[in-house]
Design a protein around this ligand. Structure first.
Ligand code: SAH
Ligand code: SF4
Ligand code: F3S
Length: 500
């Protein structure tokens, strides 16, 4: 999941480009609105689930005649889909709100009309009506389960001039019947939300409060959306949930597990790569590991957030596993799925963390050898278990120093691991032109490493290519195309089982 780039050391640092894609604001790149339509600018912060939600919002508003714009000056309505995971994420949104408020004032003062400002998502849910007091001139506050109500709320605020609020959480809403409008897409990789909410209540985490109870979307609607994506030419689907391993569709009669769901998606096309995010270590099943092993187009890459390397800290965090359980799971996954790669999330400086406990995080990282990591320092979130029960007692400079050590270690592990890939042939899905040069393309390996290579053999976005890895940094691999291929042919050649 991608979250706003918190600046400096706060940044969720990835040793490789972020498949979860959270840390840049995503604005729309959609067809302009027809004249006469109200134009909406949607700016998205936070994780990929928020990005997926913004696509739903675009769909809901599009059906009511609203058009999308990416130009602030052209917008009648600005909707900021917000994140509350760390204080820094909220600060960033407050900065954006101040900017849009100034624009609204200018417009009103110059008689140019109005700018409707809406706050959606996790900050809306966390702060509710407090947002109206704190952020004067916000017209709409809409929580993640209330997006169907947006057209009505927009009308209401337009008519009354009063702020309109709906932050009702739901036990059922999965937006299963809606087809998201995929703006801001490369046309190759798509995210599909398979569940909402979280019941885990990790001590540090605000998500159960902002997203409500866990609920799974029916398998039929997930498969229908994935099939549409395949028909539209998409080659990679990442299914999303806060804790995908606990997916269960009981509505379908036959209870469908997450492993079964992945398998069914993988059957839609042998040219489709399937990934997922995020999985909780407590219920990563052997059934799932066997799907990785036995189904060639389910990528052998697992984002498995550990959060900490010390069992006492994990207990204080309420993660429900120990260091030993986690390491056993890594070993089991490596035994069942040869070559599997891992990424993780790590928090430095949680309440009461001692230097010895911090050292355990470093030693766990050494032991696991993650390919990538997203690393944060602890940010206390109001109302969480940790905020209520523990003291946020690790001084900020100590948190930052520990985070720096964690980042430095991960960078060196990533550099060594990437270097060891030189000489390997990898099958890469071409995602588009590299940022460095129009003459170069970029794409990801099965293990989620980003590779940059010269344009060759007429390769286009959405094609598969075999690339010989010739160079590396801690973040990127470089290579030469050895041949264009299909995923099915490449998997057959590598001896991967194509069906179970
Ligand atoms: N559902 C996912 C996590 C989603 S939040 C999971 O359980 O794996 C993404 C990451 O943000 C978390 O994994 C955690 O590392 C980090 N995070 C969450 N709350 C935080 C906090 N209060 N301070 C710092 N980092 C936090
Ligand atoms: Fe937060 Fe834990 Fe749920 Fe992840 S599993 S969203 S860290 S409460
Ligand atoms: Fe995602 Fe941030 Fe909400 S990480 S679930 S947008 S608090």
């Amino acid at each position: 999941m991608q979250i706003l780039p918190d600046l400096d050391i706060l940044a969720p640092v990835s040793s490789a480009p972020d498949a979860r894609g959270i840390d840049q604001p995503h604005t729309v790149a959609a067809a302009p609105a027809a004249s006469g339509e109200k134009r909406v600018l949607i700016e998205t912060y936070g994780c990929q689930m928020n990005v997926a939600d913004s696509e739903l919002v675009a769909s809901i508003l599009g059906a009511r005649g609203y058009g999308l714009t990416e130009d602030e000056a052209d917008a009648d309505v600005v909707l900021i889909n917000t994140c509350a995971i760390r204080e820094k994420a909220e600060d960033r949104v407050r900065g954006r709100l101040a900017r849009f408020r100034a624009q609204k004032k200018d417009r009103l003062a110059s008689g140019e009309g109005d700018l409707t400002i809406g706050v959606l998502g996790c900050m809306a849910e966390r702060l509710r009506t407090k947002l109206l007091d704190q952020e004067k001139l916000v017209d709409l506050v809409v929580g993640p389960d209330a997006y169907r109500d947006l057209p009505r709320l927009l009308e209401e605020t337009g008519e009354t001039g009063q702020a309109a609020v709906n932050v009702q959480l739901s036990r059922e809403e999965t937006y299963a019947d809606l087809t998201p409008v995929r703006y801001d897409t490369n046309g190759v990789s798509a995210f599909v939300s398979i569940m909402r909410g979280c019941d885990n209540m990790c001590a540090f985490c605000v998500v159960p409060f902002t997203r409500g109870r866990e609920r799974s979307r029916p398998v039929t609607s997930i498969l229908a959306e994935c099939a549409q994506l395949v028909d539209a030419g998409y080659k990679e689907i990442t299914v999303l949930g806060q804790n995908v391993n606990s997916y269960h569709d009981e509505a379908s009669g036959a209870s469908v597990s997450f492993a079964e769901l992945l398998y069914r998606i993988s059957r839609l096309s042998p040219e489709l790569r399937v990934r997922y995010s995020t999985s909780h270590p407590k219920d990563c099943s052997d059934e799932l590991l066997h799907v990785h092993r036995e189904v060639a187009n389910v990528c052998d890459f697992i984002h498995l957030p550990v959060q900490h390397g010390n069992t006492d800290v994990l207990r204080r965090m309420r993660r429900t596993y120990t260091r030993e359980h986690y390491l056993d799971l890594i070993d089991r996954a490596r035994a069942i799925v040869p070559g599997v790669t891992f990424s993780t999330d790590i928090i430095a400086g949680f309440c009461g963390e001692t230097p010895e406990e911090h050292a355990d995080t470093l030693s766990l990282m050494e032991r696991v050898q993650y390919d990538h990591a997203f690393m944060f320092f602890y940010s206390e979130r109001p109302d969480t278990f940790a905020a209520r029960k523990y003291e946020d007692d690790v001084p900020e400079e100590v948190k930052k120093a520990r985070l720096s050590q964690i980042i430095a270690l991960q960078n060196s592990i990533s550099a060594v691991k990437n270097d060891a890939m030189i000489g390997r042939r990898e099958v890469v899905l071409v995602e588009g032109t590299s940022k460095r040069s129009d003459d170069q393309l970029k794409g990801r390996t099965d293990g989620n490493h980003m590779v940059v290579f010269d344009r060759a053999r007429g390769l286009q976005k959405g094609d598969y290519a075999e690339v010989l890895i010739t160079g590396s940094t801690s973040a990127t691999l470089f290579g030469d195309v050895t041949r264009a291929t299909t995923l099915e042919a490449a998997n057959a050649a590598s001896g991967e089982v194509v069906a179970i």
